[in-house]
Design a protein around this ligand. Structure first.
Ligand code: HEC
Ligand code: HEC
Ligand code: HEC
Ligand code: HEC
Ligand code: HEC
Ligand code: HEC
Length: 507
């Protein structure tokens, strides 16, 4: 045997600590490899990836045990125990095949540990960031937000872009909060519906404004709405208007519009008395010229003590755009859309009212709702319009399908999630929205209120059965013709006194 190739290694028998360390590491590696194989074989849902961090943790514990074993061994210094320790002799002979295999084995295991650790943390990071992790893992809990998200204009924007944003501190905060949420789901202690707004949501400045530039001048945005009235013929009523969004005009022109006044030229702060920020009782505006006005509720003024205890919130994008990704459409809205698109046949007498009312019933589960909706509509037409069922008319079946689809897409009884739990703050038709502040109750010391003039926010260009011809003064627009009785509404009126978004308006 060649002397140069012969090395001697003297090693003591491994302690119980190290032995356990190796066992734990092997377990971690093995489970990680199994999961990887599973994922590759079956293309499993990506949230399985969250488990990798668990295995990485197991491996880390193994390494820790090894470390303890090593330290303990070094501490044993007294000669008796040293002598008592069994000496194991290893001879390294590179000429021997088996020895080369051993070295290669150890090196490969080390490499594998490194790769798996890296891969594990990468996978877990991506899994918990992934849209399907947020939307599908907590299936029942997130189902409403997930469903509404998929049809929103932000369906291609990852949950984390709005909910977490850039930066390590928010990432860590969200993970800690995430653990609390996972716990709440495990022990079934979460609230139904999930409370809104999210009180520790990252400020819009750091999320929305990463993509949307608040100064951008948007100008007038045309909005066309098609309503269906409550008469037997389901008459169509249309509305065409310009929303004055505006923004900052750079250079030679002065800014204007909703965005300009709210975001750029003024700072608006407010106090809401309820969790959902619907009951606003105090507002302060600080204008570009430095002037300040405070508005307090005349019927129910906020007291000094309430003021001291309250959270003063500065208005940002989310106070108007609170449903950019999860809009729970009101039955009135979705039925109007479905009739306009032909999914619900307009030829069915009174179908607008019937559909809205079927969607406004309370049900315990979605399955119950499917049966209930079908029964409601069938019974109504069987009693009032039996000829529809006799002549083999398909319209009723079509209408039932469409109404059921609306229910599944916008009402989630398991989570008590619907349009009334999650009001939309844009507009003022089915929830208070802009009228939370733009009303006649909040008054300044000079007894003035924040403006409520319709044409300050939008100009009506045309309305009625047809909106093709526009012949208006662009400074004032038309007065709004209320479809209920053809009267005009040109002064402040709280629409939600009658309109709830559901069947309530017909009572
Ligand atoms: C375009 C930005 C955006 C995206 C993308 C987004 N969200 Fe949201 N989300 C919001 C806003 C804004 C709120 C309401 C917060 C508020 O009013 O304070 C919200 C609220 C929520 C709530 C609380 C309940 C509610 O409806 O108010 C949950 C749960 C939620 N989102 C989950 C998700 C999940 C899961 C995803 C990805 C599938 C996602 N979000 C994607 C902006 C977003
Ligand atoms: C990752 C980029 C991104 C982020 C973050 C983002 N958006 Fe958007 N947003 C978009 C894009 C892209 C569109 C255009 C989508 C289209 O036209 O279909 C859009 C469209 C919109 C629209 C117009 C369409 C509509 O639904 O009315 C509004 C309003 C809006 N975003 C508000 C917000 C708000 C509020 C936030 C923060 C909570 C936000 N966005 C965060 C990219 C983003
Ligand atoms: C005072 C309420 C209010 C605030 C605050 C507000 N917006 Fe808007 N915004 C509106 C209204 C009203 C519209 C037009 C109605 C609509 O699109 O539904 C609009 C429209 C938009 C649009 C769509 C423009 C288009 O071409 O379709 C975007 C994008 C948008 N806002 C982004 C933002 C961002 C980002 C912020 C925060 C920096 C913000 N808004 C703050 C009221 C507001
Ligand atoms: C939290 C209270 C609050 C909410 C909610 C609110 N506003 Fe305002 N708004 C104000 C205050 C305060 C002013 C400044 C009034 C002043 O300068 O006297 C203002 C000013 C405006 C202006 C500027 C008008 C002008 O020409 O000077 C517009 C346009 C406007 N709001 C539109 C909206 C729209 C649209 C909504 C709903 C999407 C809305 N606001 C929601 C409080 C609010
Ligand atoms: C503070 C601003 C503001 C004032 C004041 C205001 N509106 Fe609006 N209104 C809006 C906004 C913003 C929308 C668009 C909501 C949306 O994007 O769905 C809207 C939408 C509407 C719609 C369409 C509703 C729908 O859901 O289809 C009607 C009708 C309407 N307004 C009538 C009026 C009348 C009548 C007045 C005066 C009594 C008035 N508005 C005063 C901001 C305002
Ligand atoms: C006194 C009660 C009452 C008030 C206040 C009221 N409405 Fe109505 N509105 C009704 C009734 C009832 C109908 C149903 C008429 C029909 O469909 O034949 C209706 C129908 C409508 C419709 C068409 C149906 C639909 O699909 O929404 C619009 C749009 C509308 N109202 C807008 C408004 C706006 C905007 C305001 C506030 C400025 C308002 N209404 C205030 C009672 C009211």
């Amino acid at each position: 045997m060649d002397e140069e190739n012969k090395h001697e290694l003297t090693m003591r028998r491994p302690s119980a600590w190290s032995l356990w360390g190796w066992i734990v590491i092997a377990m971690g590696l093995f489970s990680g490899a199994c999961l990887l194989a599973l994922e590759l074989l079956f293309d499993a849902a990506s949230y399985l990836g969250a488990l990798y961090i668990l295995f990485a943790l197991v491996i880390a514990i193994g390494v820790l045990l090894l470390g303890v074993g090593f330290i303990r061994r070094r501490r044993i210094s007294d000669p008796d125990r040293k002598a008592a320790a069994v000496k194991v002799r290893f001879t390294l002979d590179l000429a021997k095949r088996s020895h080369i295999y051993s070295i290669a084995g150890i090196a490969l295991t080390g490499l594998l540990v490194l790769v798996l650790l890296g891969f594990g943390s990468y996978k877990s990071y991506h899994a918990t960031e992934s849209v399907s992790f947020c939307g599908e893992l907590c299936h029942d809990v997130m189902h409403p937000e997930w469903t509404t998200y998929q049809t929103s204009s932000h369906a291609r924007v990852a949950c984390v872009e709005c909910h977490i944003g850039e930066g390590a501190d928010w990432f860590v905060r969200s993970k800690i909060d995430g653990l609390r949420q996972v716990w709440a789901v495990t022990v079934d202690s979460f609230s139904r519906p999930i409370p809104t707004p999210i009180h520790n949501l990252r400020p819009a400045r750091e999320t929305c404004e990463e993509c949307h530039w608040p100064q951008k001048f948007i100008g007038y945005k045309e909005m066309v709405r098609t309503y269906t009235l409550s008469d037997e013929e389901n008459t169509q009523h249309r509305l065409r208007m310009l929303l004055k969004i505006g923004g900052e005009k750079t250079g030679f022109m002065k800014g204007s519009g909703i965005h300009y006044h709210m975001l750029i030229a003024s700072k608006v702060q407010y106090i809401a008395m309820d969790e959902r920020r619907q009951d606003i009782r105090w507002v302060r505006v600080t204008r570009a010229d430095g002037s300040v006005t405070e508005f307090n509720d005349v019927d129910n003024p906020i007291s000094e003590e309430e003021m001291a205890a309250a959270e003063v919130r500065e208005m940002d994008c989310m106070d108007c755009h609170n449903r950019p990704a999860h809009q729970f459409k009101a039955p009135m809205t979705s039925v109007n859309m479905a009739i306009e698109q032909g999914a619900i046949p307009r030829s069915l007498p009174y179908v607008k009212v019937q559909a809205v009312q079927a969607l406004s019933q309370k049900y315990e589960t979605t399955e119950e709702a499917m049966v209930g909706i079908a029964n409601d509509l069938r019974n109504y037409y069987r009693e009032e319009y039996p000829q529809f069922l006799e002549n083999g008319n398909e319209d009723l079946a079509e209408a039932i399908d469409a109404v059921q689809a609306i229910y599944r897409a916008s009402i989630f009884p398991m989570m008590n999630a619907d349009w009334s739990a999650y009001p939309d703050n844009i507009g003022h038709h089915y929830s208070p929205g802009c009228f939370r502040c733009h009303n006649e109750n909040l008054r300044s010391e000079e007894d003035e209120h924040i403006f409520t003039k319709c044409s300050n926010c939008h100009l009506i260009l045309a309305q009625g059965e047809s909106i093709d011809d526009v012949n208006v003064d662009f400074r004032t627009g038309l007065e709004f013709v209320h479809p209920e009785d053809g009267s005009t509404i040109d002064e402040y009126q709280d629409c939600v006194d009658c309109h709830t978004g559901g069947g309530g308006v017909y009572e």
